[in-house]
Ligand binder design. Structure first.
Ligand code: GBH
Length: 501
């Protein structure tokens, strides 16, 4: 009897050590980040640079929106000065260094480099600014990851119609050629576009993102079509002219929310599948799928709705077979911006016509999910893992580089909400890597520092570093989350005090 108890105790102890004892409270298995897995932080030109009319920079559509229609932005804020990174880039690099970041994802302001959008006038001061930033990063052992377009279209190109005008694909290629030529010797990670889904919505409402034009279900689809062409052109340009010498990678950053079926009915499951196809597949399918082109369900539904609404042609443009071939496979990695999730059920909502209406579902968030300072951003860590798996299954397990992930609050230094967000989302990402075999190859936190949050102005803060926007010198201060992220980068794991049961 006594021996039996001893054996039982021994077994219990050993099982406890192995983490399998059901009687002991144990925690989710803790995984490490693979050796060499790059960690970084992200920003975007209009959100941080300021210097809106300095040294020959041209006007862009966000300058125009914030100056001409200030009522579209919370508190009538604008990015004229923002974080003043145009002058403070050396300090920004030190923030990254203090984090232990492997790379910095920033974007180039098209109008700072090409004030009129076209390549006939190159602004040398703009080239100098980005050369200085890139050189400062490299001198500090931080790799630059450069987004070519994070929403600040030169106004001169908007005057020609903006992204719905197919000619912009050609102008974007000319701009990209300037960037590869001037920076490609040192920049090895390129992102053509940040979140086309989000910025083409600037052609779907007069109230939101620049240029804030109200042509939903038409202008946004035309813009998407141009952007996909423009992306492919830049990829081919890199292949044909630069890749053999520069040996970098060219990708695109796509944003998506997870959609969890409200019930397990076939209708709701299909509704959430359509959500993925209409919001992610519309860009990812032409580029990352084996067959190319827009997803079948997207083509069918827009064509059917267009006909029912009296249009004699589909509101969604078509790719020719040659174009499908030209676009297919034009990305070296899948950039993923991920923040939150929705419940989805079959149904109709949204403007007639609109992408939302065409997709045929109703989305809602759960009032029990933890909130942030942004109405749309609820904390749903498990959605992150599910999204990685959806991408893995849909596109044959591509290399996924997380190009954004982050949380908003009101700017507090003891940012416990953000710490909870990062530690839980990163835990789910580790499960996707280690348990599900998802091919995740890098991670950027959004954002390095508090910045101009588009139509929300400075009311919602995403930074690991606090920025004091009332002080003309825009001092930066590390938040608690900056310290935790630094610890994670250093130890390659989630600190035990944050492990969840
Ligand atoms: C990213 O977008 C952007 O790339 C980045 O610049 C931005 O600062 C960051 O996220 C934080 O927002 O106002 O209710 O209509 C994330 C995807 C898509 C989220 C558009 C907000 C608008 C919601 N975004 N969405 S609403």
């Amino acid at each position: 009897m006594k021996a039996n108890i001893q054996v039982l105790l021994l077994v219990t102890l050993l099982a406890g050590v192995w983490g399998k004892n059901p009687f002991l409270k144990h925690k989710t298995p803790q995984y490490k980040f693979p050796a060499g897995f790059p960690f970084g932080a992200a920003t975007a030109s209009y959100q941080v640079e300021g210097g809106w009319k300095e040294d020959g920079k041209g006007v862009n559509i966000w300058d125009t929106l914030t100056h001409d229609r200030p009522y579209l932005v919370e508190n009538q804020d604008n990015g004229d000065v923002a974080c003043d990174s145009y002058h403070k880039y050396k300090e920004d690099v030190q923030l990254l260094k203090d984090l232990g970041a492997d790379f910095y994802r920033f974007s180039i302001s098209w109008a700072r480099v090409l004030p009129e959008g076209h390549d006939n006038i190159v602004n040398q001061a703009g080239i100098d600014y980005y050369n200085n930033l890139i050189n400062e990063l490299l001198a500090n052992g931080i790799e630059p990851m450069v987004t070519m377009y994070h929403w600040d279209l030169p106004q001169a190109l908007q005057d020609l119609g903006g992204w719905p005008n197919m000619q912009l694909a050609k102008y974007f290629e000319a701009y990209a050629r300037i960037l590869f030529t001037h920076f490609g010797d040192r920049v090895k990670l390129w992102i053509t576009f940040n979140e086309p889904l989000t910025f083409v919505s600037g052609y779907a409402s007069e109230k939101g993102f620049a240029p804030a034009i109200n042509t939903p279900g038409i202008g946004d689809y035309l813009a998407a079509h141009t952007v996909i062409h423009a992306h492919a052109r830049v990829y081919h340009l890199y292949d044909q002219v630069f890749r053999s010498r520069q040996r970098g990678k060219v990708g695109i950053a796509l944003n998506i929310n997870w959609c969890e079926p409200l019930t397990n009915s076939t209708e709701d499951i299909a509704a959430c599948e359509r959500y993925q196809q209409f919001n992610l597949g519309i860009y990812a399918h032409p580029i990352f799928s084996t067959e190319g082109d827009y997803p079948a369900v997207v083509k069918e539904r827009i064509s059917r709705n267009s006909a029912a609404q009296g249009y004699t042609t589909s509101r969604l443009p078509t790719f020719s077979p040659e174009e499908v071939e030209y676009i297919r496979g034009t990305s070296d990695f899948f950039g993923l911006n991920f923040y939150t999730a929705y419940y989805g059920k079959e149904g109709e909502e949204g403007n007639i016509p609109s992408l939302g209406r065409d997709s045929g579902l109703i989305t809602r968030q759960d009032s029990n999910w933890i909130s942030s300072a942004s109405t749309w951003l609820k904390v749903v860590p498990w959605g992150f893992r599910k999204e990685f798996n959806w991408i893995k299954n849909e596109y044959n397990n591509p290399q996924v580089f997380v190009t954004e992930n982050g949380f908003s609050d009101l700017g507090e230094l003891n940012d416990t909400g953000r710490v909870y967000f990062y530690t839980t989302y990163l835990t789910e990402m580790l499960k996707a890597i280690h348990e599900d075999g998802c091919n995740v190859i890098g991670y950027a936190a959004w954002s390095l520092m508090d910045n101009f949050e588009w139509n929300r102005g400075y009311a919602e803060k995403f930074g690991l570093y606090h920025v004091d926007f009332n002080d003309p010198t825009r001092p930066r201060t590390p938040k608690e989350s900056a310290k935790v992220i630094a610890e994670i980068i250093k130890t390659r794991k989630i600190p035990e005090r944050f492990w969840q049961d």
